[in-house]
Structure formats: C-alpha cells, structure tokens
Design a protein around this ligand. Structure first.
Ligand code: NAG
Ligand code: NAG
Length: 195
C-alpha cells in the first residue's frame, strides 16, 4: 500500500516535470531569445529584466528587439529629463547646483533628441536593402552620442555639493539610463553585424 502510493506519487511528479518542460519549449521561446540576445550586452541582467515585459511584442524578431530596447532607452531618458527639470525648480539651490542641474537637463534633452531621431531612423532599417547599412550606422552613431551626453551629465555632479538625497536619486537614474542605453547600443551593433 505504502509502496503503491510512493510509486503513484513518483509518476505524478515525473509527469509534472515533463509537462513543465514541454510548456517551456526552451529552444524556441521569446523569453529564451531575449536571454540569449542579452547575453552579448554589458549589463545582461538589466537587459533581461527590462525587456522581458515586452516578450509578446518582441517574440523572436531581431528588429522588434532593438526597436523595443531603443524605445525603452528613450522613455527612460525622457523621464530622467523630467525629473532633473523638476529638481531644478527646487527652492534653496546654490547657484552652482542650479547650474549643474541646468546643464544636466540640457544634456539629457540632447540625448532625448538623438534617441528619438535614432528610433525614426531604425524604422527605415526594416527593409534589408542597400540603404540598411547607411541607416543602421546613423543609428549607431547617434545612440553612441546620446550615451556620451548622459555621462557628461553625471560628471557635472561629481565634485558638487548637491544636496545628498537629490544627488543620489539623480545618480541612480543616470546609472540606470546609461545601462539601458548601453545595452540598446550593444543590441543594435549586434543586429547591424548580422546583415
Ligand atoms: C517550440 O517552439 C517552436 C517555435 O515557436 C515551434 O516551432 C515548435 O513546434 C515548438 N516545439 C514544441 C515541442 O512545442
Ligand atoms: C514607452 O512609453 C510609451 C508611452 O508612455 C509606452 O506606451 C510604451 O509602452 C513604452 N515602451 C517601452 C519599451 O518602454
């Protein structure tokens, strides 16, 4: 009796494992596509976490993948710009704090413009014709400049006595923005190299 129960429990366990395994369909799932694509980026965990939410859109389409990564970078860039602009309205800022925040907001604005221009250009890369190389290399150049703008903004606070809490929140956002943008650039470069 006890032996029979043990056996049927084992059978249940085996079939549960088998079903789980089949349901995952390891080789051909969007989630695996995202994981393996992200493994070529500098911040693979951030990449997987931020893009997995969009697995339904991305499926296993390399173009959708880079387009989503770039859209995400633009979105983060816009919300960071809004945050920094809000900080700059804070009363009691010292003149140099005000100046550093103002510079930062301008640099992120430039970064937003470049990312938004890149996103339009990337849409032209859907057709893998003669122009593909030209468009994709523009995208690479502009995203790379956006990344430089972001790091310039971070530098502005390095030696500055900006109030601790505000400085930390801005820095955290800037780090995340730089990681997401750097990942988008890696994915774009990889995409470009495949055609
Ligand atoms: C796994 O997914 C691929 C692509 O989505 C599909 O072609 C294949 O039939 C699936 N295999 C199984 C065992 O479900
Ligand atoms: C970007 O922002 C738009 C508008 O808020 C939103 O609809 C979209 O889902 C976001 N996409 C990504 C990839 O973050």
């Amino acid at each position: 009796m006890a032996k029979g129960l043990h056996l049927s429990l084992s059978l249940v366990l085996v079939s549960v494992i088998a079903v789980t395994f089949r349901a995952e369909n390891v080789s051909g799932s969007p989630s695996n596509f995202i994981k393996s694509s992200c493994s070529t980026t500098t911040f693979p965990n951030v990449c997987v976490e931020s893009l997995s939410v969009y697995a339904n859109t991305i499926q296993q389409d390399p173009h959708e993948l880079v387009q989503t990564a770039l859209t995400l970078s633009l979105n983060r860039s816009q919300s960071t710009r809004a945050f920094v602009t809000k900080c700059n309205k804070f009363r009691g800022l010292k003149p140099r704090e005000y100046a550093a925040l103002k510079d930062c907001a301008e640099e992120i604005s430039d970064s937003c413009d470049r990312l938004s221009k890149s996103l339009k250009e990337l849409k032209l890369c859907k057709v893998k014709g003669d122009d593909f190389r030209w468009h994709i290399s523009n995208v690479e150049t502009w995203v790379s400049s956006a990344l430089t703008d972001d790091s310039t903004c971070g530098d502005g606070f390095a030696g500055n006595a900006l109030n601790g809490k505000m400085k930390d929140s801005i820095r955290a956002r800037m780090v995340n923005l730089a990681q997401v943008t750097s990942n988008a650039l890696s994915l774009i470069t990889h995409y470009a190299s495949q055609y």
